[in-house]
Write a protein that binds this ligand. Structure first.
Ligand code: SF4
Length: 278
């Protein structure tokens, strides 16, 4: 058993990339959690973030672009005994795969979704994404993005998400705490991580000047969560709250489904029949 969880794969992220922080804090949370490693499954989409499953020595699945969440949903339904942690980028989850994100929240699928939200398509050299701010100049918007960005936390809250949080790759203690709380949550947990893209969109000065940690906040209140989520709408020069905005407990999607034979039970039944020569 690899005690560090780090693989021998060559790391090709750019120096200074926020992906390193997410990888390190996720690894630390998993090591501290006591969750048996054989019961953890990582799922990733396409993008710079996706390499995280190459760098962590755990069961993993690479999905096609925008489809990390449906792949993770299938695993969570078929094997509710597993801990499913899904990594996706902002382009991946808020662009190509937005509908999957909202339906996973609506269904309260028992999994954790961690978004590496660097607000650009880094792997394809800096095109704008659904969370790029107005004026962002990239390969596909050389004169500046003219769209308003999505507020993913507001969308997931409205869709029924039962755990919503925001973290930042340069606030390591809060990132660690937030990923830990998300993984401990039973149901759909969602963390939007403001991630530095060192090569195409390094706005750490902007974030450093605005982020603060939620304190005097009731995460059981939908209205309080909505207010805090709307405080920073990406276009304004407003403070940016970090931490858990909202959480509640309710039955998961797998628990609501009609009783059925699990994959493990079915395999055991088939093996028994084969052994009996039936
Ligand atoms: Fe990280 Fe950006 Fe480099 Fe991708 S392009 S590895 S997101 S710094």
């Amino acid at each position: 058993m690899n005690p560090t969880l780090i693989t021998d794969a060559q790391n090709t992220w750019c120096p200074g990339c926020g992906n390193f922080s997410i990888q390190h804090q996720a690894k630390q949370v998993i090591l501290e959690s006591g969750i048996p490693r054989e019961t953890i499954v990582l799922v990733a989409g396409i993008g710079c973030h996706g390499k995280i499953v190459d760098y962590l020595d755990l069961n993993s699945f690479y999905a096609i672009h925008g489809r990390a969440i449906p792949a993770a949903t299938g695993i969570a339904i078929a094997r509710p005994d597993l801990k499913v942690i899904c990594f996706a980028g902002d382009g991946d989850a808020y662009g190509e795969g937005l509908d999957h994100l909202l339906f996973a929240a609506k269904r309260n699928v028992d999994m954790t979704v961690i978004i590496h939200d660097n607000r650009v398509y880094g792997l394809t050299t800096g095109q704008y994404t659904p969370t790029s701010p107005p004026g962002y100049k990239g390969r596909s918007t050389p004169q500046g993005n003219v769209e308003r960005p999505l507020n993913p936390l507001e969308l997931v809250l409205a869709s029924g998400g039962t755990f919503l949080a925001r973290a930042y790759t340069r606030n390591l203690a809060n990132l660690h705490q937030t990923i830990g709380a998300a993984i401990r949550h039973r149901g759909f947990s969602f963390v939007d991580v403001l991630q530095i893209c060192a090569t195409f969109y390094d706005i750490h000065d902007y974030y450093d000047a605005r982020v603060y940690e939620l304190t005097d906040h009731d995460p059981g209140s939908y209205d309080a969560a909505l207010g805090k989520i709307r405080e920073w709408d990406y276009a304004k020069d407003a403070p940016i709250a970090l931490g858990t905005f909202y959480t509640r407990q309710e039955p998961t999607f797998a628990e609501r489904l009609p009783q059925r034979e699990t994959v493990v039970d079915r395999m055991e039944r088939i093996q028994k029949r084969l052994a009996e020569g039936v």
